[in-house]
Design a protein around this ligand. Structure first.
Ligand SMILES: N[C@@H](CCC(=O)N[C@@H](CS)C(=O)NCC(=O)O)C(=O)O
Length: 250
């Protein structure tokens, strides 16, 4: 079997690479997850670092995830998702729908960035333990203002559409991204999501439906799906899943 895509991402975490993995999996694409493969098979961290140092052809990536396809090196998670989706029928063909799908995916990436910045509000190069006070302060705002804003917006986009899909009447990579965002928030901020749940029925319905897509279901049950953990983008620290009351309006 020919392998079409090579995904490069930190081994051991879902992170931003997971948004790409879900699109590759739902597309049924053949791909390598290079940094998770043994060095003896040209995988592992050395293979990824080589490309990050510019010791390869194609565009120089700033940070993982990046995808190599037919010699092109493509970075930025939302951009990679859009690229793969367009090749596998996971986004409508017209320009406006494609721009809207990317808009949704970039907004999801913004929320994922903010979820990261809750546990690393000062610097990614510092340990969480070195920025706990700032993280606790930031968590209050993320939980009370930002989660309701982002998830409430996705709910409204669904409501204004057919109720089931973010883009038109078709399943697209935007739906896969929304699924992963909700999964990440459910893991990291279960109490916050529990409180918000009654206000986002369509988004929770989308989450369920995506999880039941045959290829996604098989992937989620496989070893390829790395469990969430406290090294990734979405981290569960109980002290950050703070209780807030009436501030939870979307
Ligand atoms: N906006 C980029 C962010 C990429 C990014 O921050 N990657 C992380 C891992 S998830 C990283 O390794 N960053 C290293 C760095 O920024 O120096 C994307 O969505 O792909």
């Amino acid at each position: 079997m020919t392998i079409d895509y090579a995904l490069y991402y930190w081994p051991g975490i879902q992170g931003r690479g997971e948004f790409v993995r879900l699109v590759l999996e739902d597309a049924g694409a053949s791909y390598r997850d290079v940094a998770r493969e043994p060095e003896s098979k040209d995988g592992g961290m050395p293979a990824m670092m080589k490309l990050m140092k510019g010791e390869g052809q194609g565009m120089l990536p700033l940070a993982p995830p990046f995808l190599v396809h037919e010699g092109a090196v493509i970075a930025q998670s939302a951009n990679i998702c859009a690229y793969v989706a367009a090749r596998h029928g996971l986004v409508p063909k017209d320009d406006a729908s494609r721009a809207n799908a990317l808009q949704v995916m970039l907004t999801i990436a913004d929320c994922a960035d903010e979820a990261h910045d809750v546990h690393h509000p000062i610097a990614s190069s510092l340990y969480y333990e070195d920025q706990k006070a700032e993280a606790a302060r930031r968590a209050r705002y993320f939980v009370s203002e930002r989660i309701p804003k982002f998830l409430g917006w996705l709910e409204r986009v669904l409501e204004r559409g057919d109720g089931d899909h973010l883009i038109g009447k078709e399943h697209s990579y935007a739906d896969l991204g929304a699924f992963q965002l909700v999964e990440g928030i459910a893991y990291a901020f279960p109490k916050a999501l529990g409180r918000l749940g009654p206000k986002i029925p369509r988004l929770l319905g989308l989450r369920k439906r995506v999880a039941e897509r045959p290829k996604i279901k098989a992937y989620l049950a496989s070893e390829r799906r790395i469990p969430f953990n406290t090294k990734g983008l979405f981290r569960h620290y109980p002290e950050l899943d703070v209780e807030v009351g009436d501030e939870m309006e979307p």
